[in-house]
Design a protein around this ligand. Structure first.
Ligand code: ADP
Length: 372
């Protein structure tokens, strides 16, 4: 019986807490491990363990009484997950999938080996390598591991920028002339059934590479939509994925589709699926890893998702701002309840839904004014 299954998530951030919320609909209780005792999930499950998901011992101790283990972040200990799998636990996505994706360079090599178009890039060990290949600049430098929300990405325009570059194993990519950024979430189960959500368009803020908002449906050509979905399905099959996978892609100014990066877990680009789709990405993940039929991915309403970043104005006047934005029909607030957030940190999001994209965009403008 489902309710007797012991399910665990490595990572206890907002993605985990949204997964818990959907697990409740299926009568499931979820265990969570995160190294931060104040992680958002700590408040929503009585099975919260404070431990480091990158530690072999901590993951083994957490997993020993579980039946199914999944992730909401990629920085987890692969050896422990492999060992738990040998002991008969179900680990989804598989440790091999997580390992391939954990490192932006091995991820790229994997995609290339399956003829998936990616942004060309070379692996470098640190700054000294950069000085040797300075003729490849300008480029986009990315830490191989543990980058998120743009904190691990920098543009190097000339060799003068190398001085401030990351001095650790990274990938130097060609700088892409991006027309649009889109993402597709795909789910696959153990039987090989695959379902995709339609692409969303992601709009990033200026220099910081933090997602500002995203629109679903993505206003891109139909042919491009189909191509993006076909690529996501191909990647899910190539990985023999069990779970869900976000595939971030660039549409270049020459109308070429290139895969930017993969995330084998719930993702920012699927937040809107809670209110706007028939099945949320969180429910879809549970369906995929528990051997249930995959849900319908149809978009029910046009929607726009806006990240809320911590600002001085917001922290001093939050309640009044929330009162004003909650007066707007179709504005759904998700506040992550993070403790002690620094300025600029992602502290929540709002999903707007309405019958037309024009209405959604107009409401987003009002909300921007309220929040700023
Ligand atoms: P993160 O894992 O931190 O989200 P990404 O690899 O997705 O990092 O990069 C963050 C953002 O940086 C992208 O959404 C895009 O706006 C920009 N970016 C990434 N790679 C390139 C590139 N090769 N050329 C131009 N811009 C890039």
């Amino acid at each position: 019986m489902l309710e007797n299954l012991k399910i665990g998530i490595l990572g206890g951030g907002q993605l985990g807490s949204m997964l818990i919320r959907h697990a409740i609909d299926f009568g499931l209780s979820i265990s969570v491990m995160d190294k931060d005792p104040n992680a958002p999930c700590a408040r929503y499950t009585s099975f919260f363990t404070c431990g480091d998901p990158t530690s072999y011992d901590a993951v083994m101790a957490f997993g020993k009484n579980l039946d199914v283990i999944t992730i909401e972040m990629e920085a987890v200990n692969i050896d422990a997950l492999r060992e738990l799998e040998l002991q008969g636990k179900q680990v989804f996505p598989s440790p091999d999938t997580i390992k391939t994706i954990q490192d932006k360079y091995t991820q790229k090599q994997f995609l290339l080996s399956h003829n998936i178009p990616v942004v060309p890039g070379v692996a470098i060990e640190g700054k000294s390598d950069l000085y040797k290949i300075g003729n490849k600049l300008p480029g986009c430098l990315k830490k191989r591991r543990n980058g998120y929300d743009g904190y691990g990405v920098m543009v190097l325009k000339t060799t003068a920028d190398i001085e401030t570059a990351f001095d650790e194993p990274s990938v130097l990519e060609e700088l892409v002339d991006i027309k649009h950024e889109i993402a597709v979430i795909v789910a696959r189960n153990e039987q090989g059934a695959v379902k995709c959500y339609d692409p969303v368009k992601m709009i990033f803020s200026g220099e910081k590479f933090v997602l500002e908002f995203q629109e679903a449906p993505a206003t891109i050509e139909e042919g491009m939509q189909k191509e993006a979905i076909a690529l996501a399905e191909k990647i899910a099959d190539a990985l023999q994925l069990v779970g869900i996978l976000a595939v971030e892609m660039f549409i270049t100014k020459e109308n070429k589709l290139l895969v930017n990066e993969l995330a084998p877990r719930p993702h920012n680009s699927g937040h809107h699926t809670i209110e706007a789709s028939t099945t949320s990405q969180y429910e879809q993940l549970l369906r995929a890893i528990l051997g249930l039929p995959l849900g319908d991915t149809a978009l029910r309403f046009p929607s726009l998702m806006m990240n809320i970043l911590e600002t001085a104005a917001l922290s001093s006047n939050r309640l009044e701002k929330f009162q004003r934005l909650l007066e707007i029909p179709g504005a759904h607030l998700h506040w992550y309840g993070k403790k002690g957030s620094r300025l600029g940190r992602k502290v929540g999001h709002i999903t707007l839904t309405d019958s037309t994209m024009e209405n959604v965009v107009a409401k987003a403008e009002t909300i921007r004014k309220i929040l700023n």
